[in-house]
Every structure is written in structure tokens, then in C-alpha cells.
Design a protein around this ligand. Structure first.
Ligand SMILES: Nc1nc2c(c(=O)[nH]1)N[C@H]1C(S)=C(S)[C@@H](COP(=O)(O)OP(=O)(O)OC[C@H]3O[C@@H](n4cnc5c(=O)[nH]c(N)nc54)[C@H](O)[C@@H]3O)O[C@H]1N2
Ligand SMILES: Nc1nc2c(c(=O)[nH]1)N[C@H]1C(S)=C(S)[C@@H](COP(=O)(O)OP(=O)(O)OC[C@H]3O[C@@H](n4cnc5c(=O)[nH]c(N)nc54)[C@H](O)[C@@H]3O)O[C@H]1N2
Ligand code: SF4
Ligand SMILES: [Mo]
Length: 672
């Protein structure tokens, strides 16, 4: 009997990027646990991964282990096992026929962050670039509005504060993120243990909000108004940093009249946040070094772009940028570690400049034979996570939509495929993880062989390139070569083998300062508060103190953020996770339930003009008036009505960037 212990990294789309230890016996994974020396996880995995990595991920009954060809109606998950050779030859023949008789752009591909490891996340792009397929812009289902406005103002959205700056800060303002779910170890070891005063801005009194020093429980979609209210307090207190603005900011004048008008009383009326809390929070933020964590939830609102532009004004107006303990963070991209990942995607293979559509338009595009002949989905479960779920389901049922899905599991989306290609899990191949919060790099190390005939994405797309007869060497580059090139760009001087021993490495104890030189990659070289570019696209030139009107006529705003027990839609098929989740629930406060004659535990229907969802009503004091909370990510087919919360989303768009405004959905609640 041979025993082994492998150190590796969790590659889920999670701020934490935990280090973990895999116990392997006789070549098989016996146990996955947290790595004691990892700076974030400190020996513990989150509850969901502790279950799923020791459950569905290593269960041959749950995993896809061979390529499959459809042998029943679409959506019924009736398949026959076939060889890789046969599957790839069939797929290549179909794709070639589409390319020769139509346009390659009628082949759509969707992908996202099912894994955020570098090779499995990005290398397949080489294949699709060479093919000339239409990319469904991945960020449009998640965070594009935030990226576009930050890039417009600062020249980048991908260089945030270094979390190691927290000891230098007096205030940590968490705006529209829920670390207690979406970054559980950061919640425990970073937020809760910090000496800084913690302020949370969120409609929901989630655990991070409840344990913070201050919780500004605003109405959904009223963030910009709240930001202007805080700026009013800061201005009135003489705490606007005029010399910082004079040197480093363009167009601040454009927001001054709205700041002057946004008194605490006006702001309370627009946001529901008590005036005295607005005063206290504004003064606290301006009182010294402050970090602003811009969550992804806040920009998933119909005016999410404007909300982001307004919230980040706090760091600008106070001059809380460019020195220790200061800064904001949306996320930290590979460039914060000196890494340019463009080569992984080989955009030069693309001959026609490329085409892309938004996730918001996916269901319509797939429903229209003129626009789509084929769909390839990888690292993404669209039928659980994309908007317009019923329309999307109808489109996926199109007999003439040639559909290929690569996944680890038979998801609702895979059930509609003509061919399903089994992907290996992160426990089964080497890769690199560049966390999107901490400035570190981590090894994802192979602990065991791919289950059954499953293959890492890289192998799948190398083989498919060969089946297509493509000759470009970039399509066949080895994993080892790409890992070596990635590492060579970083300040880590060892090899991948060296990194495997260490698990995760950082780059020095002092901590990077965001925008240390106070130079910005904008046309003016300064922070641009007013934007002629956005104005030319029809948006307000500068942020405005907008607040959505609360829904009228008994309608509820449906918020559907991250669940503690699911990772997006991942783990929705794990038996022990499903027991933790129990039946699909909608959380409302007792007043909202009582006003509808509904009791805790009653079966209810949440419905609007787009769809209806059966749920169990559950009382929660965390949820404010006018809001229904339904966590995202259930697999539709695990529910009686084969739907999840996205059946209610008509495909709402953010004001900027055609991104998802899923937290703007409204619906009525009725007893069943
Ligand atoms: N209502 C509502 N909907 C939302 C959101 C919301 O807040 N509310 N949030 C949105 C956001 S932020 C996101 S990011 C999306 C995410 O939406 P999803 O696409 O559901 O994301 P994941 O569950 O992370 O991953 C998708 C699939 O990738 C597969 N996968 C994992 N590793 C690999 C691999 O190595 N190879 C292959 N081929 N497949 C792999 C997983 O098994 C999983 O089925 O959902 C969006 N949908
Ligand atoms: N456990 C778990 N962790 C995850 C994920 C998961 O599904 N499960 N998903 C991962 C992914 S892909 C992403 S993108 C991140 C997202 O993680 P976060 O950045 O934390 O974003 P969300 O969970 O979408 O929403 C965060 C908060 O936004 C709030 N919110 C909604 N509307 C508004 C509003 O109008 N104003 C304000 N201020 N707040 C609002 C919600 O109430 C919620 O508490 O999490 C990642 N981590
Ligand atoms: S999902 Fe996040 S918290 Fe859970 S193990 Fe992975 S990195 Fe850690
Ligand atoms: Mo996301």
C-alpha cells in the first residue's frame, strides 16, 4: 500500500484560493482537507468544498467518465458512451461543415470560471480563436459593468489594494460583497480579526454585516445616492482632499453640486439608511487610511455602473489612494504579480478580429437559427446561471443547434448536448492559480490520474484541434511549457516543481501600495471622474446620486447572491450539499410574510411576467422590507418545477456594458 500527501490549491471562483492537502492511497484520493500552512485557509476548507471534494468530485457515479453521444430527446440526458476518437471525429466533421457552408461566427461558445486555474481556464481560447467562433463575453454574466467603469476612471479595474495593507487602515468599507459566503476564510481571518473599523453597505444583514462595526442597510439599487450622502458629510466636515484632487483628478467639479444637495436627510429618504449612521460612516471613512472593497453584488443592479462610479468617489474625494492603508479593490488580476496571460489565449490565431455577444443576448441568439448553428459550452453551466432560463431551455431544445458541452458532471446544460466531453477535475492535473484577492501564486498539483477517460481541458482542445486538422503549433503547446512561461514572468525564482512543494508563495512582507506612483493609464494620466467616452455612449458624463424607486404594488425585489453551500452552480448535485440546502427557500422578513397572510414554512410561488418558481417561505430578520432573498446556483432539475431563480430573470442589463443586472429582478409572492 502506498500513501502520499499532495499539497494543492482550490481553483474555484472564490476570493480565498485555499491551500489544501490531498491524502492519496494506492493512487486514489482518500481525503481532501485544508492545508495548515496556507495563509488564508489555515487548515480548514469551507463547508461546501469539504463536502463536495470528498463527495461528488471523487465519485465515479457522479462524474462523467467517458465521452457521450446523445441517443434520446434533447434535455432528457439519454446518451451512449463512445470513444474519444469517435466523439472528436464527429464533432470536427460537424464544425467543419458549419465553417464551410456558413460562417464560423455562427458557432457560439460560452465559458467562465468553472475553474480559474490558468491553463484550464484560458488555453481553450486558442482553439476558439483559431476556429473563429463567437465568444459569449464571460464577464457579462458576472462583473463586466464594474470592470468597464473602473477601467474608464482609473485605466484599470484589475489592480486593487493588496489585502496585506489592512493593518495600516483605520477603516475597511465592504460595499456590496458578502465575504461570510463568498470568501469565508477572509471573513473569519481578515475582516473579523482586523483592527480597522468595518463598515458594510448591503441590503442584507448577512453575517459579515452583522459582525461589522456599522451596517448601512440600504434599499437595493440606492448605492449611488448613499455614496453622495457620505460625500456630503465628508465635504461638510472639511475632509475633501483638495490638493489630491487638484493634482490627480479630472472632472471632480461635475459632481460637486450633487454632493452639496445630498444632505443626510435627503439621502435617508432615498436609501432608507438613518441620517445619523450616514454622518457617522462618512466621518469614519474620511478619518484616516481606508480600504474600500467593491463587491460584485452592487454592480449587478440596473444602474450598477453608475453605483460603482459613485462608490469609488469616496476613495477619490478623500485622497485615500497611493499610500499604505489606502485603496480600493474590485479584484487583483494576474498583472499585480507581473503576469500577462494574453499568450495563453493566442489572440493572433483569430483572423477576423473576433466577435462576441453578451450573456444577456444568449437565449435570443441561440433561439434564432440565423444567428446560431452550434454551441460549445465549457467551464460554464448556462442553464443554471444565465438569464432568461425558460427561453434558453427552449433554444437548447432546437434539434438543429449542434451542441457540445464539456463538464465534470451531467449538468442541466449537458443534458441538452449532442456530445458531452468529460473533463478531469483539478485534483487530476497540474496548473497554476493566481488568486484574485491576494498577491500570491499557487500550484494546483496533480494528486491522482484523471477519473475514467476524463481529460483536462487542455488535452481536450489539443485533441479537437488535431481532429479539425489545424496546424498552428500554438494549439499543441504542452502544459509544462505554458506553466514555465507563466512562472518565468513572476518574481518567484523556482520551477513549478519547487512551487508544488511550497503550495502558495507571496512576494515580500511589505505589501504593495495600489497606484503608488499616482499615475493612471487614462488619456489624461489622472483619475477621470467625468468621462467624455461614457457621455458619447449616452451615459451621464459623471456619476449621479441615483436611487431606484422601491418596487410598487406589492412587488418584491428579488436578490439572488452567493449561497454558503454552493459555488455558483457547482456542488448542486452533491448529495450531502443537497441535504444542507434542504428544499429551495425564499427568505423574507416577518412583516412581508404577514402582510401576505403567509406563514414561515408555507409553500409559495414567486412569479413575474418572465416565470414562476416554487419555494418554501422562510422568515429571516436579515432581509429588509421589499426584498425576497433566494440564493443562486441550485441545479434546476433538483427542484420540483425544474427551475431556479434565473427563471424569473428577463435578462435585465446594467446601465453600462450589457452586463447582468440580476439583482434588479422584481416579482410577486403568492401562497400556493
Ligand atoms: N441569479 C443569479 N444568477 C447568477 C449570479 C447571481 O448572482 N444571481 N451570478 C453569476 C455569476 S457571478 C457567475 S460567475 C455565473 C457562474 O455560473 P456557472 O457557470 O454556473 O459557474 P460554476 O458553477 O463556477 O461553473 C460552471 C461549470 O464548470 C464546470 N467545471 C469546473 N471545472 C471544470 C473544468 O476543468 N473543465 C470543464 N470543462 N468544466 C469545468 C463545473 O462542473 C460547473 O458545472 O453565474 C451567474 N448567475
Ligand atoms: N459560497 C460561494 N462563494 C462564491 C460564489 C458562490 O456562488 N458561492 N460565487 C463566486 C463568484 S462567481 C463571485 S462573482 C463572487 C461574488 O461575491 P460577492 O462579491 O460577495 O457578490 P454577491 O454574492 O453576488 O453579492 C454580494 C452582496 O451584494 C448584495 N447586493 C445586492 N444588491 C445590492 C445593492 O443594490 N447594493 C448593495 N450595496 N449590495 C447589494 C447582496 O445582498 C450580497 O450580500 O463570489 C464568489 N464566491
Ligand atoms: S471555494 Fe473558496 S473557501 Fe472553499 S475551499 Fe475553495 S477557495 Fe476555499
Ligand atoms: Mo462571478
Amino acid at each position: 500500500m502506498s500513501k502520499d500527501t499532495i499539497r494543492t490549491t482550490c481553483p474555484r471562483d472564490c476570493y480565498d484560493a485555499c491551500g489544501m492537502t490531498v491524502l492519496v492511497r494506492d493512487g486514489a484520493v482518500r481525503k481532501v482537507i485544508g492545508d495548515r500552512i496556507h495563509h488564508v485557509s489555515r487548515g480548514a476548507l469551507c463547508g461546501k468544498c469539504a463536502l463536495a471534494y470528498n463527495g461528488a468530485f471523487i465519485d465515479p457515479e457522479q462524474r462523467l467518465t467517458t465521452p457521450l453521444r446523445r441517443s434520446g430527446p434533447k434535455g432528457k440526458a439519454v446518451f451512449e458512451a463512445i470513444s474519444w476518437e469517435e466523439a472528436l471525429a464527429d464533432i470536427a466533421a460537424r464544425l467543419k461543415a458549419i465553417v464551410s457552408t456558413r460562417d464560423a461566427r455562427s458557432i457560439l461558445h460560452t465559458h467562465y470560471t468553472g475553474t480559474v486555474s490558468m491553463l484550464a481556464g484560458w488555453f481553450p481560447m486558442r482553439f476558439f480563436n483559431r476556429l473563429g467562433a463567437t465568444e459569449v463575453d464571460p464577464d457579462t454574466v458576472c462583473n463586466k459593468a464594474g470592470h468597464v467603469v473602473l477601467a474608464d476612471m482609473f485605466g484599470t479595474s484589475l489592480t486593487g489594494f493588496d489585502p496585506d495593507q489592512l493593518p495600516n487602515a483605520r477603516t475597511l468599507l465592504i460595499w456590496g460583497a458578502n465575504p461570510s459566503h463568498s470568501a469565508p476564510h477572509l471573513h473569519e481571518h481578515w475582516v473579523r480579526s482586523s483592527k480597522a473599523r468595518v463598515i458594510v453597505v448591503d441590503p442584507i444583514a448577512h453575517e459579515t454585516a452583522r459582525t461589522a462595526d456599522m451596517h448601512l442597510q440600504l434599499r437595493p439599487g440606492s448605492d449611488a445616492a448613499l455614496a453622495f450622502g457620505l460625500l456630503h458629510v465628508i465635504k461638510r466636515s472639511g475632509l475633501i482632499d483638495r490638493s489630491f484632487i487638484a493634482r490627480h483628478v479630472e472632472g471632480f467639479d461635475a459632481v460637486e453640486p450633487a454632493i452639496d444637495a445630498a444632505s443626510p436627510q435627503v439621502t435617508e429618504a432615498l436609501t432608507g439608511v438613518p441620517a445619523d449612521l450616514i454622518v457617522e460612516a462618512g466621518r469614519q471613512f474620511a478619518s484616516g487610511p481606508a480600504l474600500l472593497w467593491l463587491g460584485q453584488g452592487v454592480q449587478r443592479q440596473p444602474r450598477g455602473g453608475n453605483a460603482f462610479r459613485a462608490a469609488v468617489l469616496l476613495s477619490i474625494a478623500t485622497g485615500h489612494l497611493g499610500s499604505p492603508g489606502h485603496g480600493f479593490c474590485y479584484m487583483n488580476g494576474p498583472e499585480t504579480r507581473g503576469v500577462d496571460i494574453t499568450f495563453l489565449m493566442a489572440p493572433e490565431l483569430r483572423r477576423d478580429g473576433g466577435s462576441s455577444i453578451s450573456h444577456i443576448d444568449l437565449a435570443d441568439a441561440l433561439g434564432d437559427p440565423e444567428r446560431s448553428a452550434a454551441l460549445f459550452t465549457w467551464n460554464n453551466n448556462i442553464l443554471a446561471s444565465s438569464p432568461s432560463q425558460s427561453k434558453l431551455r427552449a433554444a437548447l431544445a432546437r434539434e438543429d443547434l449542434f451542441t457540445v458541452v464539456s463538464d465534470l458532471f451531467m449538468t442541466d446544460t449537458a443534458a441538452y448536448a449532442d456530445y458531452v466531453l468529460p473533463a478531469a477535475s483539478f485534483l487530476e492535473f497540474d496548473d497554476l492559480v493566481l488568486p484574485y484577492f491576494h498577491d500570491t501564486i499557487s500550484a494546483q498539483a496533480r494528486a491522482t490520474a484523471p477519473l475514467g477517460q476524463s481529460l483536462p481541458n487542455q488535452d481536450i482542445f489539443r485533441k479537437l484541434a488535431a481532429a479539425m486538422g489545424f496546424s498552428e503549433p500554438a494549439l499543441y503547446e504542452s502544459d509544462a511549457s505554458m506553466l514555465q512561461q507563466l512562472l518565468a514572468q513572476t518574481r518567484f525564482k523556482g520551477s513549478f516543481e519547487d512551487l508544488k512543494v511550497l503550495g502558495t508563495v507571496g512576494f515580500g512582507a511589505t505589501g504593495r501600495v495600489q497606484f503608488e506612483n499616482l499615475t493612471f493609464a487614462t488619456p489624461s494620466g489622472k483619475i477621470e471622474v467625468s468621462s467624455s467616452r461614457l457621455k458619447a455612449e449616452g451615459h451621464p458624463e459623471a456619476p449621479i446620486p441615483h436611487a431606484d424607486a422601491p418596487p410598487a404594488g406589492g412587488l418584491l425585489r428579488v436578490l439572488s447572491p452567493a449561497s454558503a453551500w454552493l459555488m455558483n452552480s457547482s456542488y448542486g448535485n452533491d448529495a450531502r450539499i443537497l441535504r444542507q440546502l434542504s428544499e429551495p427557500q425564499v427568505y423574507l422578513n416577518a412583516r412581508e410574510l404577514a402582510s401576505r397572510g403567509i406563514k414561515d414554512g408555507d409553500p409559495v410561488l414567486l412569479k413575474n411576467g418572465t416565470g414562476a418558481l416554487q419555494l418554501t417561505a422562510t422568515v429571516s430578520a436579515d432581509v429588509p422590507d421589499g426584498v425576497a432573498l433566494v440564493y443562486k446556483g441550485r441545479w434546476p432539475r433538483t427542484a420540483g418545477d425544474a427551475a431556479n431563480v434565473n427563471v424569473l430573470n428577463p435578462g435585465l442589463r446594467t446601465d453600462i456594458a450589457d452586463s447582468s443586472a440580476v439583482h434588479g429582478v422584481t416579482a410577486e409572492l403568492v401562497a400556493l
